[in-house]
Design a protein around this ligand. Structure first.
Ligand SMILES: NC(=O)c1ccc[n+]([C@@H]2O[C@H](COP(=O)([O-])OP(=O)(O)OC[C@H]3O[C@@H](n4cnc5c(N)ncnc54)[C@H](O)[C@@H]3O)[C@@H](O)[C@H]2O)c1
Length: 326
């Protein structure tokens, strides 16, 4: 993969950091595009020498030409677009949410359109928020999206429709991926970050309340990053949207796993009764068929790896717990 150059937008974020780590390990060229100059999440999972191998463009995705410039100047042939704002920000400020999540995505597709064929496919983060509520435990397939309950979900759905039109009008292929509750080192914002925060709280011996209960679809961040990279490199024409699926279990099962590895945390972590207003099981047969299978790290292993990493960071006095108070 050494001649391949990837632009990863939002790469100073949670999933982006893991995408960058994996790409660098595979020898790819990586350009980070983010409005934040803070590489703190990269530092949680990589050392400074590794991070220094990635280029960095500090820019706002809502500025129309910034993505095109980054593509031209860094000889980019793959875009993985992750920059975006989450549910609480879209709820508090829908105009800003639409600018970043919708116009920002348009700017990515425009950069692909203007690249003279250099960018053949855009891979972007959609979300399980494109689904409305579903019967508990029932697996939902791609075509069942609709009746979104958040602006965030509506913006993600809009992106999927715009991606389809960019293929019809300009022949730009795309894959949009829909994760639900991604967990792992670096997850620190939004309601579905609570299970990861609970792992951190357990290590420092603090009580923590997970604000949603019921079942959800837990996806380990390493598997999520892998799905984005495979989608970027697979030879697939057309505008596709795929669900991602990890393991559908009650939130309480994560607490059981945490207590297994951190017995001193027994009783510290509590779980709300109500579930989030989204399906709890995404059917991922379509991406498995298209990509020839994607990895599935068992929940027990993902939780263990995350706890091990947090424990290591704590031993180095680098465990930031400021997110536990948000
Ligand atoms: N984490 C999840 O469970 C989850 C689930 C479904 C979908 N997603 C989607 O996956 C993508 C990545 O999620 P994440 O958890 O890594 O998010 P994150 O909030 O950790 O990272 C987002 C990154 O985007 C950057 N960004 C925000 N506005 C920007 C702008 N105007 N210009 C440039 N950069 C900007 C931020 O600085 C940040 O580094 C997002 O699009 C998100 O909506 C995440």
């Amino acid at each position: 993969m050494s001649q391949e150059n990837f632009l990863v937008t939002g790469a100073h974020g949670f999933i982006g950091a893991w995408v960058v780590k994996r790409l660098l390990a595979e020898g790819a060229g990586v350009t980070i595009f983010d409005q934040s100059a803070n590489p703190q999440r990269l530092r949680l999972i990589m050392d400074d020498d590794e991070i220094a191998r990635a280029k960095f463009v500090e820019a706002d995705i809502t500025d129309s030409d910034t993505v095109s410039h980054a593509v031209e100047q860094n000889n980019i042939n793959h875009i993985i677009h992750l920059a975006g704002v989450q549910v609480p920000i879209c709820r508090a400020n829908p105009r800003h949410g639409a600018m970043v999540n919708v116009i920002g995505t348009i700017n990515v597709f425009e950069a692909a359109k203007n690249s003279g064929g250099q960018i053949k496919k855009v891979v972007y983060a959609s979300s399980a928020a494109v689904f409305g509520e579903a019967e508990d435990g029932q697996a939902v397939s791609e075509g069942e999206a609709g009746a979104m309950t958040t602006h965030y979900g509506a913006f993600k759905r809009c992106n999927e429709d715009n991606a389809r039109v960019y293929f019809l009008d300009n022949g730009i292929s795309s894959i949009g991926l829909r994760p639900l509750t991604v967990y792992g080192t670096g997850r620190d914002f939004g309601m579905t970050s609570d299970p990861t925060k609970a792992m951190k709280a357990a290590i420092v011996g603090r009580p923590f309340h997970i604000r949603f209960g019921g079942k959800t679809d837990f996806l380990y961040v390493a598997d999520c990053a892998d799905a984005f990279i495979r989608s970027a490199t697979v030879n697939l024409q057309g505008a596709h949207v795929f669900n991602l699926h990890g393991e559908t279990v009650p939130v309480a099962d994560v607490v059981t796993e945490i207590e297994k590895w951190v017995p001193a945390a027994k009783g510290l972590i509590t779980v709300a009764a109500d579930g989030i207003k989204m399906p709890s099981h995404l059917d991922d047969s379509a991406i498995n068929a298209a990509l020839g299978g994607v990895p599935h790290t068992p929940l027990a292993q993902g939780v263990k790896e995350t706890i091990d990493r947090f424990t290591l960071l704590q031993s180095e006095n680098r465990l930031d717990i400021s997110d536990l108070d948000q």
